[in-house]
Design a protein around this ligand. Sequence first.
Ligand SMILES: Cc1cc2nc3c(=O)[nH]c(=O)nc-3n(C[C@H](O)[C@H](O)[C@H](O)COP(=O)(O)O)c2cc1C
Length: 383
Amino acid sequence: MREKFIRWGLVLLVVTWVISILIKTHYWIPILLSCIYFLGLYNSFQTKHAILRNFPVLGYFRYFFEEISPEMQQYFIERETDGKPFPRNERSAAYRRAKNISDTVPFGTQLEINNRKYEGIKHSIYAKSPGEELPTVLVGGDQCTQKYKASLFNISAMSFGSLSDRAQMALNRGAKKGGFYHNTGEGGISPYHLEGGDLCWQIGTGYFGCRDDNGRFSPEIFKKNVALPAVKMIEIKISQGAKPGHGGVLPGSKNTPEIAAIRHVQPGMTIISPPSHSSFSDAAGLLRFIQQLRDLSEGKPVGFKLCIGDTREFEDICAQMNVLKIYPDFITVDGAEGGTGAAPPEFSDGVGMPLEPSLIFVNRTLTNFNVRDKLKVIASGKV
Ligand SMILES: Cc1cc2nc3c(=O)[nH]c(=O)nc-3n(C[C@H](O)[C@H](O)[C@H](O)COP(=O)(O)O)c2cc1C
């Protein structure tokens, strides 16, 4: 290919230059072709991009079409009910409602509601208008003195860093308006989480916002931050559906002085969240850690979030609850289909149990161990 390009390109160049010189006009054509020719010549010798080496000029078309492919899909090919994670019809309903314009549709559903994947809810013959009070769930067992009335729908963990300051502020103000809680994510509590909405403070393996200089859990710092009135619940993150067992990396370039101060780390350093916790290494350790956090928070509800992997490990936690008589106030079950700020695709596509079988398993196991009534179960995963 390279030889052909060099040979025929040169012929074309010579011909256009000769013609332009003879007719004494239109010099821009051979100049343009010369630029393209030398760019192609460079591409055919470089070793970084295989496509450009084989197709020194036409290769750019491939990059161009690849670049605009999502837009072409979205504008010309996507149907109303296509698109992930949200199909076009759901997105347009959200936009229309945000603008306070009519969101109604004629002719009924466009979904295939007779296929097995259809999910709906059962209505009542005696429907009532919603009252002033929204339905809530009381989170907090016997060992908890500051129980929390949680809304049925809340904002899942998404840390400051994975979401911008503006996004966190918007979510927190939304939580305040709608009376639901905003989970901080594992990146600690930022000023943008403090716009008046209730918080569930999430603590991951990096212990951001409550860690000592060695990256281990610091009871003193935790005690100080958990006393914030906005913090209504504490969630220990064991694993996340999109990347169970992976932990995370905060690259040095993203570790700004602001983020570093919130997470209690050195700015500019790459910070690793290990795959597992340093505060415990078995079921009894997890439950004791829960009790420690509950004591330090003076009785706020404490739970943990996990994506189900090895089912025996979860059964072991339930068994230990009965041995130690320590019960979490809630368990958040995250399905493997859940979203993430960043995860290797192998983890997102191939690790962990999806939400539906997880919920069935968790509910059945808690019931079998007689602890189902001691705690609340929260679910997330493309709900
Ligand atoms: C941008 C983004 C950041 C996230 N950050 C966290 C996090 O810090 N901690 C965590 O446990 N889960 C995190 N998650 C996962 C969500 O909390 C949730 O478990 C997941 O999205 C599944 O719920 P959903 O699909 O119903 O939203 C993140 C998800 C997204 C999209």
